[in-house]
Design a protein around this ligand. Structure first.
Ligand code: CA
Ligand code: CA
Ligand code: CA
Ligand code: CA
Length: 423
């Protein structure tokens, strides 16, 4: 027999304070899949404030196509049966896609060439050996004005199955409309769909708290990796914004390839729901009673603010040289600000350099290289940072004074030095 006792003063206090939004056995009474994320809470956001930089982890105005095509926020929560995900922002005339990587070592390495939703996005699989790859297994996706997002599930290679609402595999709704504020894409995706292609998971009948249920069990300690993007609508197009920021950024070019190497990682399973093991033991069921935001980390902590380099100290290996005698002139320069080799993000930064030669009247003589991509930490390349005193058609130039120019593209920081050609 259960004896009911009056709640203690402390219990009354706890009941009176607003409860934080937590994952629970059943969230279906709180999360409404209607395309508006107003019922979601701050504890379900992937992106908060980067305290060190005092900047939002994902900005509402960092899209290359402006604030009407910007992903602002992604929210994630879950219960015993569903993963819930919401993407907020604007996608006027374009698409929003939320990538979910749920199965380690399996998934897409590119969207390019997919049999449905082919886009110029590739994923970073270089760290697969240490489990830091990003290979999405499924993604809800929608377009401006559409109310019923699709769920695209990776099968193998570039083959995906493009699922529609009503097929029983998921619920979803979206409300994006041009420049309207407060719109979102929301989806409730059963764990059995999330892990549809994961042979290490299985439906299992369990009794928890006296209630029998069929849950999708996964190997204990699983994590999800998540990133969202705005894409253009056409096949093989790119996009202007990703969340979390990727390290190489985006361009305004709607056809350019986008390299997605960053993600939010969410610990699903640090304690037990199943009876019979210590509380601190992961058990293969996504945890109930936690705030998802407390479980979020990033491969590269956002925001990833671009460095605007300037060129400094262009130095020549010799002030004058004689091409007729087979001499060449090498050059070296320095990037400002300098990068820090101990910062992982700095090791990834690149700079596009162009070097060319003009005569003293400003007439073009020779391109040494154009938009050559170099790592910011090691921008010099002695093999290429050289002029042999020849013009573009390979003929030695007449003796005289020439101008060597190095330019950073596209911000056009430039530096020049005179070079003397002698016989
Ligand atoms: Ca909603
Ligand atoms: Ca954004
Ligand atoms: Ca962004
Ligand atoms: Ca658990």
């Amino acid at each position: 027999m259960i004896r009911r006792t009056a709640p203690s003063f402390l219990a009354l206090l706890l009941m009176a304070s607003p409860s934080p939004a937590e994952t629970a056995r059943d969230l279906s009474a709180r999360i409404h899949v209607d395309g508006f994320a107003s019922e979601w809470t701050a504890g379900e956001r992937l992106f908060g404030l980067n305290a060190g930089l005092n900047l939002p982890e994902e900005a509402t105005d960092d899209s290359k196509w402006g604030p009407n095509n910007d992903i602002n926020q992604i929210r994630v929560t879950w219960d015993a049966h569903n993963l819930y995900i919401a993407g907020e922002g604007k996608t006027w005339g374009n698409n929003m896609v939320l990538f979910i990587d749920a199965i380690p070592g399996r998934g897409m390495y590119t969207m390019s060439g997919l049999n449905s939703w082919s886009r110029n996005f590739t994923f970073d699989i270089s760290d697969v050996a240490v489990g830091r790859e990003f290979m999405p297994d499924l993604f809800p996706a929608t377009w401006d004005g559409n109310s019923t997002p699709h769920l695209i599930i990776h099968q193998s290679g570039t083959q995906v199955s493009d699922q529609l609402v009503g097929g029983g595999l998921f619920l979803a709704a979206a409300s994006f409309f041009q420049d309207q504020d407060g719109r979102a894409m929301e989806a409730a995706i059963p764990w059995s769909t999330v892990f549809a292609n994961d042979a290490d998971t299985r439906d299992t009948v369990v009794t928890i708290g006296g209630v029998r249920d069929t849950l999708r069990w996964f190997p204990p300690g699983r994590r999800l990796k998540i990133a969202g993007v705005i894409t253009a609508g056409g096949d093989n197009t790119g996009g202007p914004d990703s969340a979390p920021d990727n390290t190489r950024g985006h361009t305004t070019d709607g056809n350019a390839f986008v390299y997605l190497d960053n993600y939010a990682e969410i610990e699903l399973d640090l304690r037990r729901e199943l009876p019979g093991s210590p509380d601190s033991t992961s058990d293969g069921i996504a945890d109930w009673g936690i705030e998802p935001k407390t479980r979020v980390s990033f491969k590269y902590p956002p925001p990833i603010v671009g460095v605007r380099f300037a060129l400094a100290d262009l130095a020549l290996s010799r002030p004058a040289f004689a091409p007729d005698r087979g001499e060449k002139v090498g050059f070296r320069f320095r990037l400002d600000p300098p990068l820090d080799p101990d910062r992982p993000l700095d090791a990834l930064r690149t700079v596009d350099l162009t070097a060319n030669v003009f005569d003293l009247r400003g007439r073009w003589v020779r391109n040494l290289y154009i938009a050559d991509r170099r790592y910011g930490l090691t921008p010099l390349d002695p093999l290429w940072d050289v002029w042999d005193g020849r013009d573009e058609s390979g003929h030695p130039v007449p003796p005289g004074v020439y101008v060597l120019r190095v330019v950073i593209e596209p911000n056009l920081s430039r530096i020049t030095r005179p070079v003397v050609v002698v016989r």
